[in-house]
Design a protein around this ligand. Structure first.
Ligand code: MG
Length: 480
């Protein structure tokens, strides 16, 4: 309950809080996280966990205890002074990162990054790990995942995906979607609202607001998503809205009876991302979806009236060499992630020092994407993750894409007439499958286990590769 309250404070900070409120809000958030940490690591919690472990528990109880013990162990193994030092370094590093990116000077961030890496290494030592310290960081976002598994899957993915990307990038590229004239924000918002509710976002238990960066907050009966708008660009708010709706559908899909327990919480960052990417890409960049929704978009953006649907479809699926991860298409996106994972592995494996990040980054970038990085602002300084110390987060984005493709293959196999349904505006059978096979389980299974239960197979990157070939071969008129 306290964590949900903290989430609401953070949501408000990004949406409605007046600028003058920020200092007070920082103190409120710090006070609340202090209370949460104190309770989680208290002697009472330890006593309760130990006492419950001796008892015979229901199947649900076993999971709730397992997850509570995991949180308790992790939190209580990290000494208070380390927690405070990480929080302090985070706020200093965020400031340094913003300046470093703006002035294109990696040197401004480097000392903080060096400190953050040391702190996270100390954290890994406190928490403990199997093979390598990096696993302790990864485990925070993707419980149960190991870097040796990710090494294996990423190297297979790289070997298969890089040649495909090169082939597509060698073809003439479709024009980006343009709509002459403007679309007032109200019209865009109304269209987005209609699309998001049509795929199942429940406004009785959710909200759509505006913030500088899109995000999803909350669970169960109060799930809030945000987007930002551009009056001149018909897809600027739209795809992030579909992405966040995917996250929101997951959060709204937990069972009410488990509310407030780990059985009404997401499995992992990667699994969460699989839900957003499935709706954003597999559904939202697909032809069936737009054959239903395109007239509505044309109404909201009259400038699109002269753009026929096939041209729009090619435009929203254009593959480009780009420097910025968040703007990348669904094919090159994973290359951006694998590059970041290489850098993290090199840092925590002791192969490079933080000062060598720019050169290491640039070298790898050219290898993956075939173009030289013009400057650090469009290179290793573009993301906030490392400044806040979130090492181990990036690989979960690519895992999310792979999970999504594997779910999608299973859904296409098991939901008859799926594409016709989507083309008629009915995504109910699709959402039903996700509710039954993914959402309602909460944290009952680890990601790998849930994926296998739902699809009948262990994680296999060939589903993503197959999806890409099947979609982009015809789109570009080539054999992949
Ligand atoms: Mg996301």
């Amino acid at each position: 309950m306290l964590e949900q309250a903290a989430g609401l404070l953070a949501w408000d900070e990004q949406t409605y809080m007046p600028p003058g409120g920020s200092a007070d809000r920082a103190r409120q958030k710090a006070a609340l996280s202090g209370v949460i940490h104190e309770r989680l690591t208290s002697k009472d919690m330890g006593r309760l966990v130990r006492a419950l472990k001796k008892r015979e528990l229901s199947a649900d109880g076993v999971i709730i205890l397992r997850e509570t013990e995991r949180n308790w162990r992790r939190a209580s193994s990290i000494p208070n002074d380390l927690v405070r030092e990480i929080a302090h370094t985070q706020s200093m590093a965020i400031e340094a990162w913003a300046r470093a990116r703006q002035e294109n000077k990696f040197k401004l961030l480097e000392p903080w990054l060096g400190k953050m890496v040391c702190l996270r290494q100390r954290e890994a030592e406190c928490v403990g790990y199997g093979d390598v310290p990096y696993d302790a960081l990864l485990d925070d976002f993707e419980p149960g995942a190991k870097s040796r598994d990710i090494d294996a899957i990423f190297s297979r993915l790289k070997a298969k995906l890089v040649p495909i990307a090169e082939k597509i990038l060698g073809e003439p590229q479709p024009a980006p979607v343009k709509a002459p004239g403007k679309c007032p924000l109200e019209g865009q918002r109304a269209f987005i609202m209609q699309v998001c509710t049509s795929i199942g976002f429940d406004l009785g238990r959710g909200r759509l607001d505006t913030s500088p960066h899109p995000f999803t907050m909350g669970a169960g009966n109060d799930v809030r998503i945000t987007v930002r708008y551009d009056e001149c660009d018909p897809t600027y708010a739209l795809f992030p809205a579909l992405h966040e709706t995917g996250h929101a559908l997951y959060e709204q899909g937990f069972l009410e009876k488990y509310s407030g327990t780990p059985l009404a919480e997401a499995v992992s960052a990667g699994l969460h991302e699989s839900q957003s990417r499935l709706w954003e890409n597999m559904v939202g960049r697909g032809m069936p979806f737009w054959s239903f929704h395109y007239p509505g978009l044309q109404k909201a953006f009259p400038g699109l009236k002269k753009t026929p649907l096939p041209e729009f479809y090619r435009g929203i699926n254009a593959v480009r060499r780009s420097f910025i991860r968040t703007a990348a298409d669904e094919i090159t996106y994973n290359l951006h992630i694998m590059l970041r994972y290489d850098v993290e592995a090199a840092i925590f494996g002791g192969k490079i020092k933080t000062g060598e990040i720019p050169s290491y980054w640039n070298e790898r970038f050219e290898e993956y994407l075939g173009i030289p990085v013009p400057d650090d602002a469009r290179g290793c300084l573009q993301d906030i993750h490392w400044a806040v110390g979130s090492f181990g987060y990036f690989p979960t984005y690519a895992l999310g894409n792979l999970y999504a493709a594997q779910f999608w293959a299973a859904i296409r196999w098991r939901v008859p007439g799926l594409e016709e349904c989507i083309a008629s505006g009915d995504t109910g059978p699709l959402l039903g499958w996700l509710r039954k096979n993914v959402h309602r389980h909460g944290k009952r299974y680890r990601a790998a286990e849930l994926l296998e239960k739902a699809t009948g197979e262990k994680l296999n990157e060939d589903y993503f590769i197959g999806y890409v070939k099947e979609k982009y071969g015809p789109l570009y008129g080539i054999r992949l």
